[in-house]
Design a protein around this ligand. Structure first.
Ligand SMILES: *Cc1c(COP(=O)(O)O)cnc(C)c1O
Length: 374
């Protein structure tokens, strides 16, 4: 019944046998790449998300169950032109990271939060859920096979991209009858380079009430590209999304949650149908509270941010998300005006970023139990 195709899995299987029946069924098969690509990668000069590791985890949902979970070489996936992903956009994803410390121990950061959010996205798009055990087993097995791909230089990590799409066929607009779930990884350097200037959006919206903004659904990002392109033509790197109804409230920064510091108070919008429940966002809220930073989770008006920029009480704006962790914003545009944020000696953005990345990389105590060893 158990097919041990990889020596390194044996200990793992024995451990699991003692606690769970699940792994017996999942029996993740491993097909190794013939020749690793790792010697061709310059780990001292990594881009973000465009160099891929040797392997990926893949499983298909057919007839109501996830079948043949396996680790195979990172390679193209063949689909029929009638696969519903191409026509109706049933496609969701997650973004997370793995880190290695000086002892070569591997860590994930709050991985179950991503597993659960994937399933929230799946429900909204009429796609099947991935059992938490399958998500975690697939992820950990993949990381063990490709552990050499986790970079150790400062600011670098292994970016992990779990995703699911409709592989079932038909030109009929209805949910597909088959799905594919994949986890692929990319050793990555820091996300942004240079100063980030943002435009507060007055016309377009990334999400609406009753819509799919809270899901990591592929189409949400496709819909952002055009307004972001228009903003870039005006000299801005990103868009600050406002509510679709009035455009009076600040909601997200690009594909990140947004924080605004006015004097010494940190503000962030509450999550909603339109705002993604970011793991980085909620970690920052918790850390800030425990560090004694006055934090308010409430609606933020464009008006108050513009007024604060004019009277000097606006100290910082930053985006928060897994890829960049915390991305400071240097200035913003609104209608015909542009505003530059002050250059601070000790920005809260840098302080919080260090706190969070020290926990992620095992350089600091983790009183929250966020760090998970692989
Ligand atoms: C992924 C994402 C975030 C950040 O979520 P994290 O869990 O912190 O990575 C924020 N906003 C949007 C729109 C996103 O897609």
């Amino acid at each position: 019944m158990y097919k041990y195709r990889d020596e390194s899995q044996i200990n793992c299987v024995i451990l699991h046998l003692q606690t769970t029946i699940y792994f017996m069924n999942s029996d993740i098969r491993i097909e190794r790449i013939k020749e690793s690509k790792i010697s061709g990668v310059d780990f001292s000069n990594l881009p973000f998300g465009s160099v891929y590791s040797d392997h990926m985890f893949i499983t298909e949902f057919v007839d109501g169950e996830w079948r043949d979970p396996r680790i195979v070489p990172f390679e193209p996936i063949a689909l029929s032109p009638s696969a519903k992903i191409f026509h109706y956009g049933q496609s969701i994803f997650e973004g997370m990271k793995a880190y290695k410390d000086a002892n070569d121990d591997m860590f994930l950061f709050r991985p179950l939060e991503n597993g659960r959010r994937l399933n929230k996205s799946a429900s909204r798009l009429m796609m099947p859920e991935v059992p938490e055990e399958l998500f975690m087993d697939g992820l950990k097995s993949l990381l063990k096979v490709d552990s050499d791909w986790i970079p150790t230089t400062d600011g670098s990590s292994l970016y992990i991209r779990p995703f699911m799409f409709a592989s079932g066929n038909g030109f009929h607009a209805s949910p597909a009858d088959a799905y594919t779930f994949v986890i692929a990884t990319a050793p990555s350097g820091p996300y942004f380079g240079g100063e980030v200037r943002v435009l507060i959006e007055e016309k377009y919206a990334r999400a609406a009430n009753g819509g799919v903004g809270y899901a990591k659904a592929g189409g949400n990002y496709a819909a952002q590209f055009y307004p972001t392109h228009l903003a870039s033509k005006k000299g801005f790197n990103q868009v600050i999304w406002t509510d679709d109804n009035t455009h009076e409230y600040i909601e997200e920064a690009g594909a990140m949650n947004v924080f605004v510091r006015i004097n010494d108070t940190l503000l962030t919008s509450p999550t909603s149908d339109r705002i993604l429940d970011g793991v980085t966002r909620k970690s920052i809220i918790q850390l800030a509270a425990d560090l004694g930073i006055n934090t308010e989770v409430r609606k933020i008006t464009v008006k108050e941010v513009v007024a604060a920029a004019k009277d000097g009480s606006l100290k910082e704006i930053f985006g928060a998300g897994t890829a960049a962790v915390i991305s400071p914003i240097a200035g913003f545009g609104y209608k015909e005006e542009t505003f530059t944020l002050p250059v601070l000696e000790e920005p809260m953005a840098a302080f919080l970023k260090k706190k969070i990345t020290d926990i992620q990389t095992n350089k600091a105590e983790d009183p929250y139990g966020w760090r998970v060893q692989v």
